[in-house]
Design a protein around this ligand. Structure first.
Ligand code: AP5
Ligand code: ZN
Length: 217
């Protein structure tokens, strides 16, 4: 299946994507994780992205679209994928449509994770991610690692993302409303959107998303 996951920062996209991608045997492609990996490896792409990310602004499309398309090329897009954090504005959504059309494929669905803003703020405030791989995500209260401060998956050190500071989060939410929410209407016009209530236990949300995808299949 070819799926796009959207939702505000802290909605649980990365958390859900890990389970959904495993259940569906498709690659989880997160542009945020790709940027963070580039930053920790000190690549040119990471240097270009860092200031935007630290401020909670979008990295320019010229950088982002090429990176996402390269990653899709590597994973054989026709075989399926779960995109998390891309597209993030209408220009990126149009670029993705053009890429898919050029490969003779289309999206199967867009899952919109719906979470009230006060919950998002709590989820982000307590989030801790792994230094080795920011796809390893925990929460100090809601999703605790077995040993405090240590990643269950790889033993790496857990830390707070720089863009999870309160003032950055406010900007990320503004950017989400202004730039990203319009893609939900864009995809609604294509009949692709399923809204998933994303409050409740992680496993309950995964179940709702899997049920929605079964309706899509
Ligand atoms: P990105 O990494 O994509 O961040 P985001 O969209 O802001 O999303 P988050 O990672 O904050 O949250 P999430 O929804 O994945 O939630 P999570 O599962 O961690 O992007 C970061 C930056 O990169 C952007 O600001 C931008 O600069 C740049 N960027 C990325 N893509 C770009 C693009 N396409 N174009 C331009 N720039 C781009 O969950 C949050 C917390 O809640 C965790 O602690 C988790 O344990 C907990 N949790 C999850 N589910 C539940 C639950 N059901 N109940 C309780 N707690 C839960
Ligand atoms: Zn880890």
């Amino acid at each position: 299946m070819r799926i796009v996951l959207v939702g505000p920062p802290g909605a649980g996209k990365g958390t859900q994507a890990a389970y959904l991608a495993k259940n569906l045997s498709i690659p989880h492609i997160s542009t945020g994780d790709l940027f963070r990996a580039n930053i920790s490896q000190g690549t040119e792409l990471g240097k270009q992205a860092k200031a935007y990310m630290d401020a909670g602004d979008l990295v320019p499309d010229e950088v982002t679209i090429g990176m996402a398309e390269d990653r899709l090329d590597q994973s054989d897009a026709a075989g399926g994928f779960l995109l998390d954090g891309f597209p993030r504005n209408v220009g990126q959504a149009q670029a993705l449509d053009a890429y898919l059309a050029a490969h003779g494929i289309r999206l199967d669905g867009v899952l919109d994770l719906e979470v009230p803003e006060d919950e998002v703020v709590k989820r982000i405030a307590g989030r801790r991610v792994c230094r080795n791989d920011s796809a390893h995500v925990f929460h100090v209260e809601y999703n605790q690692p077995e040993a405090a401060g240590v990643c269950d998956v790889c033993g790496g050190e857990l830390y707070q993302r720089p863009d999870d500071a309160e003032d950055k989060v406010r900007n990320r939410l503004d950017v989400y409303h202004r730039e990203t929410e319009p893609i939900i209407d864009y995809y609604k016009q294509q009949g692709l959107v399923q809204t998933i209530p994303a409050l409740g236990k992680v496993a309950e949300v995964t179940q709702r998303a899997m049920d929605a995808l079964r309706r899509e299949a």
